[in-house]
Design a protein. Structure first.
Length: 94
């Protein structure tokens, strides 16, 4: 579970940059399989540890725009917090 692993490391403030680079790559490959909670968790984790991976944020943003009607309030709040904290603007998302 890529988003869960990223979330756990972020909560522990354990920023293993090699691991996060791998998570970003693998998440981008599998983004179509991510549920709204997965999308929000992965960008929240990256923003939390300030691992600002623009390609991942862009990929998540595009998926979030596509799935926006499926987002629960907490998923939306976490996603928007992550983009704000990372100072990553994605026009269609906002």
């Amino acid at each position: 579970d890529l988003s869960g692993t990223a979330w756990a490391y972020a909560v522990l403030e354990a920023s293993n940059l090699n691991l996060f680079a791998d998570i970003a790559h693998r998440s981008s490959e599998r983004i179509g399989d991510f549920l709204p909670q997965d999308l929000s968790m992965v960008v929240w984790a990256f923003a939390r540890i300030l691992c600002l991976n623009a390609p991942l944020f862009d990929t998540v943003a595009a998926a979030a725009v596509e799935k926006h009607k499926e987002f629960a309030g907490q998923n939306l709040a976490n996603t928007l917090w992550a983009f704000g904290h990372a100072s990553h603007l994605h026009e269609p998302l906002f």
